[in-house]
Ligand binder design. Structure first.
Ligand SMILES: Cc1ncc(COP(=O)(O)O)c(C=O)c1O
Length: 499
């Protein structure tokens, strides 16, 4: 590479690191940096631009996390061997699927009885096949070799892990936070339970928590199980209706949103709505719970900063998880508390004082080591490329089917196909189940009885390429058969399919 043409505008007020990221990313997107090109060493680029080396290191780290650069120990950092994932015109991904778009589909099902899924396309499952097992084992060996303390882990988590999580968020999410703001949790579920109990404690009564409709069903159930009342606010592809939140009877104590990748529909909240949500929180004293569950995997459009990074009111709590980034097997997540909200911090400390930190210290050390070694960052980069490829397979098979719009693919690990009506959804889910393909009905995500959207939700990360190609082909044929009509009426509904 001759050296990227980077012009820094020191008068713009934009951080130098962010300007570097934007310039280098643009270079990859417009082809002036080609796949395989080595980029200058951090020292050389820092010297050439007259900036600190740490700014360049951070920029390279972020771009590696986003999948634009490839870092390998002992070798030069290079532009990743991929087509740009981002179509600057905002159209579909430029990633070329490498597997056949359609696979032969055996004849129609012979039985309506659901069978054990051969092809599990239920959403929420990441790909674990590329986890660097050497780094994984080394991290656990190191953690196991540490002295065994006679105490519980610190209430907010092991300091080293909190520092590594803060560092991870800076690189992967552009979120500047201090290790002091991090609370280590046993995944999102425990984090949400903790927040719900603290909101109840602060309110002095069972709280009212506004939730997205459709939204994350486990969160709704979890809040209700902790005695909270939930108030659904309808979301569509354009996002969350803050006006409807304001109009809710009874002022909610908190609202939970998925601003980076609405679950399950897949939209992302525009900046104006984000600011409006923060204004709502400031006006009412409500808390915004930002479920940032899969935003490391953005496929289309630049990653939007976390809602928490706009919070000047001390009212946004970010909830993150390693369930998508690594695996739900480790049950590890975190809260990022707004630094200025001392009342919230004290209430969380109070709850933890009684309940203790639920994540074993040895697991915290192992994940801290995995983060520190760069294995997590590399895994995110590898997974992002793999998911972008899978996303290409989904688009190739299911995009543009008349009457069955595909959506939700700008980021993450799942997609949605909307269908004409509830009978079509039920028939499709049942037919697929009888063929050994598990998908979730979109109706499972409804927070309002009687207002279920017709469609299906399916994950494309965990199955093998071959399984995915067959699963997609079966979804396609079933939809085409159904659209040719009539959809076979079917009362069957595979139970317990949605998380
Ligand atoms: C919307 C949403 N948030 C968060 C999570 C992660 O949950 P946990 O960390 O409890 O595994 C998931 C997992 O499927 C999810 O779908």
């Amino acid at each position: 590479m001759d050296g990227p043409i980077i012009t820094l505008d020191r008068a713009s007020g934009l951080p130098i690191g962010a300007q570097l990221v934007t310039a280098l990313r643009q270079g990859v997107l417009d082809g002036s940096l080609r796949p395989g090109d080595p980029v200058p060493s951090t020292r050389a680029l820092a010297k050439a631009l007259g900036v600190s080396r740490s700014a360049v290191v951070s920029a390279y780290d972020q771009l590696a996390g986003e999948g634009y650069l490839e870092t390998r120990q002992g070798a030069a950092t290079r532009v990743a061997e991929i087509q740009p994932l981002l179509d600057p015109a905002g159209g579909a991904t430029a990633t070329a699927p490498t597997a056949p778009a359609t696979a032969p589909v055996p004849s129609a099902p012979t039985t309506e009885r659901p069978v054990e899924p051969r092809i599990n396309l239920l959403p929420g499952r990441p790909s674990t096949s590329r986890i660097d097992t050497r780094a994984w084992r080394a991290a656990w060996r190191q953690a196991a070799a540490l002295e065994v303390p006679a105490d519980s882990p610190p209430l907010f988590g092991v300091p080293r892990l909190r520092a590594e999580i803060a560092d991870h968020l800076r690189h992967a999410r552009g979120l500047a936070c201090s290790p002091d703001d991090i609370v280590v949790t046993a995944g999102t579920s425990e984090a949400l339970g903790l927040v719900a109990s603290v909101v109840a404690h602060l309110a002095g009564r069972p709280p009212l928590i506004a939730i997205e409709h459709p939204g994350y069903p486990s969160a709704r159930r979890l809040f209700e199980r902790r005695g909270a009342r939930t108030a659904p606010v309808t979301v569509d592809r354009d996002g969350f209706d803050v006006g409807a939140l304001r109009r809710l009877p009874g002022r909610p104590d908190a609202v939970m949103v998925t601003p980076s990748h609405q679950y399950p529909l897949g939209g992302r909240l525009p900046v104006s709505t984000r600011l409006d949500l923060i204004a709502w929180a400031r006006e009412t004293g409500g808390l915004v719970i930002e479920d940032d569950y899969d935003s490391e995997f953005r496929h289309l459009g630049p990653p939007l900063p976390a809602l928490a990074s706009l919070d000047d009111a001390g009212r946004v709590v970010l909830v993150g998880s390693f369930s998508k980034v690594l695996t739900p097997w480790i049950r590890l997540g975190y809260l990022v508390l707004p630094p200025s909200n001392r009342e919230l911090r004290a209430a969380i400390a109070g709850a933890r004082d009684d309940e203790a930190c639920p994540v074993p210290g040895v697991a915290q050390h192992a994940i801290a080591e995995l983060l520190a070694s760069g294995a997590v960052r590399r895994h995110i980069a590898v997974s992002r490329r793999e998911y972008a490829h899978r996303r290409g397979l989904v688009l190739a098979d299911l995009d543009g089917l008349p009457g069955a719009p595909l959506s939700g693919l700008a980021g993450g690990l799942h997609a949605v196909v909307e269908l004409p009506d509830a009978a079509a959804s039920a028939a499709l889910v049942t037919r697929l189940a009888s063929e050994g393909v598990a998908v979730a009905p979109l109706s499972d995500y409804s927070a309002v009885l009687g207002d279920e959207r017709p469609g299906i939700v399916f994950g494309y990360a965990a199955p093998s390429d071959t399984q995915l190609v067959e699963g997609l082909a079966r979804i396609r044929s079933a939809i085409l058969d159904g659209l040719a009509g009539p959809w076979p009426s079917s009362p069957l509904h595979p139970p317990g399919s949605t998380t």
